[in-house]
Design a protein around this ligand. Structure first.
Ligand code: CAA
Length: 381
């Protein structure tokens, strides 16, 4: 088994690290405080090709692989978790399904501008009354004679919703109490009947705006149907198989930021006649944090490399996301503990990492849903 990164992947990681440290990290605390959309960072992510990293170059992307995407996601999220999730939604939840299921026309008109970062995409699965049990969504789309649909309903917690140019909306197209069928529809912002609520006030990732989007008799032409009619749920699930790898990388970036701060603080802070890093109680915490970070990174790189090889990675991406997100909560919790009272204030920024980590256990499937997916795979083997 080869654990080494290629020269290109190392170069990409170092470029991402340098960029994120110089241009994103200094702004992260202010973005968190003000919950301001980081338009200038999104523009720079686009310049660097980070908004369509694994999209083939001939389709408007950077033509890299999922391993490179994971490496860049960790660096960007280490600097600013809000910027990380904006990057991940456009890459994993919007561009990726268009690469896999899009027609030539959809790839040209919708994917290419999103992959180059000229436009942004969002993913509309969750609704006010259906989150984990995604199949019970209420949004409906009625087929028209011309092959298009008329869409009615609403989607909430849509990351990048206020800013997105397109949303990939999943809607019931064949109602059935036991097994409804769903279709994936590409809906353009500004289509009559499409409206957006003010963005949510959140505990963490405060600069990555999310909102509710309403669809009131929104007409989606036949060219807006992604994949086959009735294939929407499988498209959503397959997309989340990739998305969960990105969120695992985001969690690793958040945890790494907290770990680095805890190590620096422990070296610097004096107590009991030396630095607190001399105390075994602190050393054990630092060692556990480093071990868990490493384990999460290996699990995430494994899932990414399986995706690159075209191997089914449903369970492996759920394992990576489950472990990395719960690890991030534990690591950021310990980072606050090592900082003592200073960790509880905003002065050192570790409380931000703690708040940011929490969402990674919730979005793109809660930890409980990851466990269901993993158990399903283990028990059916
Ligand atoms: N790939 C392809 N198809 C898949 C699949 C996969 N990984 N997993 C399931 N499917 C298909 C099945 O084959 C099945 O197809 P048929 O109907 O043709 O037989 C269909 O999908 C239904 O599968 P299940 O019976 O397993 O579905 P279920 O209703 O039991 O639900 C679930 C499974 C895992 C609980 C699913 O509902 C789920 O993942 N829930 C969590 C939803 C989620 O992650 N939401 C996150 C929202 S996005 C977000 O958070 C974005 C953001 O802001 C950053």
């Amino acid at each position: 088994m080869d654990f080494d990164l290629t020269e290109e992947q190392i170069l990409l990681r170092d470029t991402a690290r340098d960029f994120a440290t110089r241009e994103i990290e200094p702004k992260a605390a202010e973005l968190d405080r003000s919950a301001r959309w980081p338009a200038e960072i999104v523009a720079r992510l686009a310049d660097l090709g980070f908004l369509g990293m694994a999209v083939p170059a001939e389709l408007g992307g950077a033509g890299l692989d999922t391993v490179s995407y994971v490496l860049a996601m960790e660096e960007v999220s280490r600097a600013c978790a809000s910027s990380g999730v904006i990057m991940s939604v456009n890459n994993s939840l919007f561009c990726d399904p268009l690469v896999k299921f899009g027609t030539d026309q959809q790839r040209r008109d919708v994917l290419a501008p999103a992959a180059s970062g000229k436009e942004l995409g969002a993913f509309g699965l969750t609704e006010p009354a259906s989150g984990s049990d995604a199949r019970t969504m209420k949004t409906v789309a009625d087929r028209q004679g011309d092959g298009g649909f008329v869409l009615n309903g609403s989607k909430n917690f849509i990351t990048c919703g206020p800013e997105a140019d397109h949303v990939l909306v999943f809607a019931v197209t064949t109602p059935d109490a036991a097994r409804p069928k769903h279709t994936a529809l590409i809906v353009r912002r500004g289509t009559p009947g499409y409206s957006v609520a003010p963005h949510d006030e959140k505990l963490g990732i405060r600069a990555a705006h999310s909102c509710t989007i309403f669809f009131d008799n929104v007409r989606v032409p036949a060219e807006g149907v992604l994949g086959g009619e009735g294939d929407g749920f499988s498209i959503a699930m397959a997309t989340l198989d990739g998305g969960r790898i990105g969120i695992a990388a985001q969690a690793i970036g958040i945890a790494r930021a907290a770990h680095e701060k805890a190590v620096a603080y422990a070296r610097d802070r004096k107590a009991f006649g030396g630095s607190v890093a001399d105390l075994q109680a602190i050393q054990f915490m630092i060692a556990d944090m480093a071990t868990e970070l490493d384990a999460a990174r290996l699990l995430t790189l494994r899932a990414a490399s399986m995706k690159d090889r075209g191997v089914r990675h449903t369970a492996e991406s759920a394992i990576a996301k489950l472990y990395a997100s719960e690890m991030a909560t534990r690591v950021t919790h310990k980072a606050i503990q090592i900082h003592g009272g200073y960790g509880y204030t905003t002065e050192y920024g570790v409380e931000r990492h703690y708040r940011d980590a929490r969402i990674t256990e919730i979005y793109e499937g809660t930890s409980e849903i990851q466990r269901l997916v993993i158990a399903g795979s283990v028990l059916s083997a």
